[in-house]
Ligand binder design. Structure first.
Ligand code: BYC
Length: 327
């Protein structure tokens, strides 16, 4: 229902008998836990699925620099500023590893960026919300990076070698990101009533968008079945969402903050927290480009790219000069 633009050619999961010999041999390698490497034979739909997911992931890292970058000049101390600067730079690095991983599948970084700027490629819904106060920076680290880790640790084991290896370093850095966010919120929650209220307000605004990050419910997820068969996805959207909620409730308790969901309660029978209905209409609206900051985010990225044209031209001219000299 939400799928758009990138046709990965997968309409339904085929049975083993419906696969060609080459597809069956490929599936056997995946099932045996053998990593797929760039020069290996792979079904075209596997390649396109990975390009779609890895490029969306890369774009998310790059667009994800914007909401936090908004607070770099207003961090309340030198220490907090240095931490935030390191985090935002890490996100840029993650974007670059991921573009490089996607390039091993035969698409160029320029093509991926063109698709983003044309509004054809997606990036995570979460980055279309504004960062209104300093508490938002802590909340993003705690919740958004926390959700990212929950989703990305399994990706370190996914079937495509370059993606799985890129994710190992990304996850180590995400772990620092989450801890710095929680530390920032600990400081606010131990501070004045006004600071604690600021933390609660940020949590109220970021909670629901954070749990939407895991994607649509399993029964509405377009790609899950095939991606699970190919071990691109090792856990479903709802499984990871539930794990994230279970992990986060005690952390909110520790901070003395209240998660903005009146239906949130421990279900001893399930061994999980039950949670209230997610507003999927809001998610779809944001994914379609109508969130609070979609237009601003894209315009900022396009302008940054255009402003950097002189630098890219200079690099090409320099490389050409060196080539001529060497010849
Ligand atoms: N936002 O079939 P489904 C980070 C789309 S964290 C927008 O379940 P799939 C960071 C989906 O693309 C964020 N769109 O898809 C953290 C598909 O549409 P298309 C980035 C979404 O791929 C802190 C349609 O809905 N993380 O980077 O099997 C600071 C149907 O969904 C969203 C990653 O990208 C969403 N939230 O599963 C800075 C992790 N959710 O493509 C940065 C890697 C779903 O058919 N990605 N859609 O048009 C994944 O693990 C998977 O792609 C997802 C979705 C679990 C996100």
């Amino acid at each position: 229902m939400y799928a758009q633009m990138v046709d990965t050619g997968v309409k339904k999961l085929r049975t083993r008998g419906e696969l060609s010999d080459a597809e069956r041999a490929f599936q056997d390698r995946v099932d045996a836990g053998i990593k797929i490497e760039p020069k290996d034979a792979m079904p075209e739909a596997y390649r396109r699925t990975l390009i779609r997911q890895i490029s969306q992931h890369a774009h998310s890292e790059i667009v994800g620099m914007l909401p936090e970058g908004n607070w770099l000049t207003r961090a309340p101390s030198l220490k907090r500023k240095a931490i935030l600067m390191a985090k935002v730079q890490d996100e840029g690095g993650h974007g670059l590893y991921l573009y490089a991983a996607a390039e091993t599948l035969g698409i160029s970084r320029d093509e991926m960026i063109e698709e983003l700027h044309a509004g054809k490629a997606k990036y995570s819904s979460i980055f279309n919300y504004p960062t209104l106060t300093w508490a938002d920076i802590g909340t993003i680290g705690w919740l958004v990076d926390g959700a990212a880790i929950m989703n990305q640790i399994p990706l370190c084991q996914c079937s495509y070698g370059p993606y799985s290896r890129a994710m190992i370093r990304v996850c180590k850095e995400e772990s620092f990101h989450m801890r710095q966010g929680f530390d920032l919120l600990c400081a606010l929650c131990k501070g004045t009533d006004e600071q604690k209220a600021m933390a609660q307000d940020a949590l109220n605004r970021w909670w629901w968008p954070s749990i939407m990050m895991f994607g649509p419910p399993d029964d509405e997820s377009t790609h899950s079945a095939q991606s699970a068969a190919w071990k691109i996805k090792l856990f479903s959207n709802d499984t990871l969402r539930q794990r994230f909620i279970d992990q986060t409730v005690p952390q909110a308790d520790y901070l003395g903050l209240k998660l903005p969901d009146p239906d949130l309660k421990w279900n001893a029978e399930r061994g999980h927290y039950d949670y209230g209905a997610i507003d999927w209409a809001e998610f779809m609206n944001v994914v379609k480009g109508n969130g609070p900051c979609n237009r601003e985010r894209l315009a900022t990225r396009v302008k940054a790219y255009e402003d950097g044209a002189w630098f890219r031209d200079a690099l090409v001219a320099h490389a050409e000069k060196r080539r001529r000299k060497a010849a």
